[in-house]
Design a protein around this ligand. Sequence first.
Ligand SMILES: Nc1ncnc2c1ncn2[C@@H]1O[C@H](COP(=O)(O)OP(=O)(O)OP(=O)(O)O)[C@@H](O)[C@H]1O
Ligand SMILES: [Mg+2]
Length: 495
Amino acid sequence: MNPSMEAIKQSILVGQPLIQIISYEEKRVEGFLLRMAEQVIKSPDLAHWDINHGLVKGNAPVPESRDPVIAIDTVINNPEPGFTVFRDLGPEMRKSERVVRKLRDAYKALKGKRKIIFLLSADEYFPQELKKEIDIFPFPLPGIDELGALFDKFLESMQRSGRQVELNDAERRDFVIAAQGLTLDEAYKAYMKAFHNQQLITADLVKGIHEEKKQLIMKENVLEYFTQRFGMDDLGGLDNLKDWLQKRRRAFTDAARDFGLEKPRGFLCMGVSGCGKSLSAKVTASLWKLPLFRLDMNLVYSGMAGSPELVFSRALQTMDSVAPAVLWIDEIESGISDKQGDSSSSRILGYFLTWMQEHTSEIFVAATANRIDLLPAELLRRGRFDQIFFIDLPTRQEREEIFSIHLKAKGNEVSGFNIPQLAQITKGWSGSEIEQVIISAMYEAFNENRPLNEDDLLVIFGNSVPLATTMEEQIKKIRSWAHNRAVRASKDVEY
Ligand SMILES: Nc1ncnc2c1ncn2[C@@H]1O[C@H](COP(=O)(O)OP(=O)(O)OP(=O)(O)O)[C@@H](O)[C@H]1O
Ligand SMILES: [Mg+2]
């Protein structure tokens, strides 16, 4: 059984009388609860309540019970053990303190009586007063077995309607894996769409399922799907980091597992602003040919999508279901830290640490940090990230590469520039600043209707000061922190 289902079962077994389950999948959850009722209290029935029907027990509606207070009272007064599901009670709890009070009464009255009230809804609203009394569980999405069963049934119905199925076992499995991360209903719809008007069902059609899944991620609006645009050639210098990535190109293959290697968990890039931390995350995904998803922690905390803890855990679950993939968490210190006195951020940190340690899905975390001093020590301990890289200001050699990359990328003829000289005079400039200067200089040239030349660049470099000069103290601090704790991303050392 899935760990969250196991946790619900434990809660039932210890006699917890109020249990909240969060899921869009009413039918699936109620199917699970019915199985629990059969096992635990030998009852073949599940009573349920909703605002339109009131309380319904054994197919018979209880009079007047659309009022939730009466419905809860009925549950309390029932002498028999029994499970009752309240669907979408949230709005009623919001509206009326009587309902909240009644639930607290129910907690006392039902404790240990094998009478359990389940609150089932897609959002996790519950009133503060009930915080101590209620156990809350997000219900896991369907796993491989459930999806497999669905797909088999689906294929049978296709065949019955005269379609021809040409799938071997491995291809069949691809369809099942492709639907991971979807609810059963969504998976069903995805199969319907993908097979619509197809007389012949072949491995090819799996693309349709992937398309559906991309849509799903877009709905989960704290995760952003990145189309891959940056390759190794777009990243100047940072040869140690590049080596590390190159050596792990086949890290997410069966061959690596057979060889006895565990899958890598992730890296953390820390260092000076504008030197390629975010770019490294993007490059990792393209090099390894994995999809890249960025988790926006600001959105997580905005509360727009629900309570931060829930949104965060759901996002990680979604990631688990789209594996293999790279999960990019930019500026991790702003989202995952133990800000004093903020319980939601410390729960998020706790959840993240456990997930980092225990997730079995092939998700590689590419995290970046500017203010590493804000990061909690637990996050930096061995066993969380495979490596912590320090990205410093580019060395002379690296600046040469950065000049070539950006001059070329913006359509300039690189041979017309004295690159070693440009690198020489830009000591202390970051990659991003170099890029910005090239852009400004190109505007000068564009304005005068001529190609960019070296003097345009020299003028701007001569007249401005890089951030490193104004932030000297801060950079010294970052360097001394990194000295013993991180590996330099650059191979060469001559600035
Ligand atoms: N080593 C590099 N090679 C090529 N381009 C670079 C390099 N470093 C920085 N750049 C350019 O600067 C831009 C900004 O870099 P990036 O976003 O990776 O910096 P960062 O380290 O994440 O900075 P911040 O801390 O401000 O987020 C990149 O998109 C790229 O165009
Ligand atoms: Mg960045």
